[in-house]
Design a binder for this molecule. Structure first.
Ligand SMILES: CC(C)(COP(=O)(O)OP(=O)(O)OC[C@H]1O[C@@H](n2cnc3c(N)ncnc32)[C@H](O)[C@@H]1OP(=O)(O)O)[C@@H](O)C(=O)NCCC(=O)NCCS
Length: 182
């Protein structure tokens, strides 16, 4: 992994400061013909700002977690957790919009972002993670290597790509006792 990469969560109040970089990250990925991430290319700058700003109420009320990976001031990746508040889903969270800047893929940053999202899920008492990933892509490989399993058959979107629904039961975090012994 790159040496100086750190991951942090972004609160509703901090959102404005990271907006321009998040907009570029989204446009770079979707407009290059990568995974649609729910959009249809080309995504305009205005549409990008509108999307990221739309997350503010959910960041405020705790129904969404947004994390960014950064190297110094530069944001090089991001990911999200949607936290449902349905009474029958207190154990569940959905991992969404995992993106690493194209030039730095394949250095373990996606892996670190997923680790940070898993930690956030555990802190919120969520043990079952679900997600959609483009079938046959780098993301599907990465998730499956981390223990995700297919939950169903393909779901097709407007772009014609099939998505695969994956799920993963998080192993419990190591206890302090076990950490001390190691
Ligand atoms: C999916 C995505 C986030 C993964 O991010 P990433 O930073 O490239 O992920 P990682 O580097 O942790 O892992 C990717 C590959 O690099 C390899 N890798 C990780 N660290 C490495 C290292 N230090 N040296 C060499 N290879 C390494 C991994 O083994 C993995 O290999 P694989 O493709 O054969 O499975 C990134 O490809 C991306 O942004 N894609 C476009 C958006 C997208 O598809 N998002 C997912 C929506 S569900």
């Amino acid at each position: 992994m790159l040496q100086s990469v750190a991951v942090r969560s972004v609160s509703a109040m901090e959102l404005d400061a990271v907006l321009p970089q998040l907009v570029e990250l989204l446009r770079e990925t979707v407009n290059a013909g990568g995974p649609s991430l729910g959009f249809i290319p080309p995504v305009s700058t205005d549409a990008g700002y509108a999307y990221w700003r739309s997350l503010r109420p959910e960041l405020q009320n705790g129904s969404r977690v947004l994390v960014v990976a950064h190297a110094g001031e530069r944001i090089i990746g991001t990911g999200q957790l949607e936290i449902p508040h349905w009474p029958n889903a207190p154990h569940r969270a959905e991992l969404q919009k995992l993106v690493v800047t194209a030039a730095l893929r394949g250095h373990g940053i996606g892996n670190v972002l997923i680790g940070a999202l898993h930690d956030a899920a555990r802190r919120l008492g969520r043990s079952l993670l679900i997600l959609n990933a483009r079938h046959g892509g780098a993301a599907e490989r990465l998730y499956k290597r981390l223990g995700y399993r297919e939950a169903g058959s393909r779901i097709y979107g407007r772009t014609g790509w099939g998505a695969v629904r994956l799920h993963h039961a998080l192993p419990r975090a190591l206890t302090n006792k076990r950490l001390r012994r190691e």
